[in-house]
Design a protein around this ligand. Sequence first.
Ligand code: GLA
Length: 380
Amino acid sequence: MSIQQQVVETFKTQYQAEPTFLIRAPGRVNLIGEHTDYNDGFVMPLAIDRAVWMAVRARDDDQIMLKSLDFADPIQFSLSQMSKGTASPSEYVKGVAWALQDAGYALRGFEGVMKGDVPIGSGLSSSAALELATARTFAAVSGLAWDAPHMARLSQKAENQWVGVNCGIMDQMISAVGQAGYAVLIDCRSLATDTAPLPQGCYVVVLDTATRRGLVDSAYNERRQQCENAAAFFGVKALRDVTSATFEAQAHELDEVTRQRARHVITENERTLAAKNAMLAGDVQQLGALMNASHISLRDDFAVSSVALDAIVAAAWAHPACYGARMTGAGFGGCAVALVKSDAVHDFVQQVSTEYSQRTHYTPQVYVCQATDGATVVTS
Ligand code: GLA
C-alpha cells in the first residue's frame, strides 16, 4: 500500500469517515548552491518523491491530534496552551503552529493521521517536509490563503526559534515551491524563484553515505559566523553582495580561513547562476562540471566535506555515466548527489555502492529521484 493509502485507510478506520484533506509536502535534494542561502545567495534544489503525508479533518476546538504511523507517540496539544517540549516530531508541528499564530493567523484545530518516507537525519530535509505539511494542513483546515514563500519563512522561523536549529531558508522554500520535472533557482534574499528543467536522458541520484556526524550544528554556526565576518570586512549586508572582482582585489587583507570561506560562497553563487543557464541550454556536461567544482570548493575552501563524502563522490566521478557529483546539504556526512546518464543508471548504482563499501566499510543507500511538486492539498 502506498503511504497515501496508508494514511487515508488508517484515518477511515479511526474516525469512520473520509478525511477532508490529504496533504503532501516533500523532502529535497540540492543540485547546486551550497551554504549560500544564509548569505542571501542562490540555491538550486529540487523537491523529491519522498514526502510527509497527512490525512486530516478540522475540529471544532483548538486541539491538534495527529496519530503518526512512524512514531509511537501521537502529536497532541492545544493551540491556546503551547509549551516547548524535548526535541521530537511534535516540536516541529507545534513550532509551525506558534509561528503562524505569532504572525496573526487564526488557526483551527485538526485531527488525523501522518506518515513520511523522507529518511530522517540523512540531509534530505525530513524536518522541512514535516513543517510544510503542517503549514499546508493549517492553511487548509483554517481556510487561509496559501502564500508559499511566506509559509516557508514562517516554517523556517519555527525551526530557528521553536526547535532551535539555525538553518537557512532553502529547505522550507523548496518543500513549498517545488515543481515536478524541474529544479528551482531560489534567490534567498528576495525569495524570487525561477524553474530550470532537469536535463533529458539523465537521472538525479542521491547517494547516502550512511554516516552522520554530531557537531554539525556547531560547525554550521561557525561557518555562518565566518561568512558574517567576511561580509562585515567587505562592508556589505551579506556575501551575496561581493563580486569576484572585489574579492580578488581585497582578499589578501583577510586571514586565510575567512578568505577561503568567502571564496567558496562567492564562487558558488556564480556556479549556481551558471548552472541554471547550462540547464536552460540543455548542456548537461557543463552542469556536471559545475557540480564537480562545487564539491571541490566545499571540500577545500568551505571545509564541510568528510572522508565518507569524498569517497562516495570519487566513486561517482569514476563511473563513465556520471556527468557530475558533489556533496549536498550541510555536509560532514549525509548525502551526495550525482547526475547520471539514464541508460546506465543501474550499473552506476551497483558500481558506486560496491566501490564505496569497499573503501569505507559503510553500506550506502541510493535513491534515484524524480522532481515533484511542493506542498499541496492532494484531494479535498
Ligand atoms: C542545511 C540547512 C540549509 C542550508 C544547507 C547548506 O541543509 O538547513 O538552510 O544552509 O544546510 O546549503
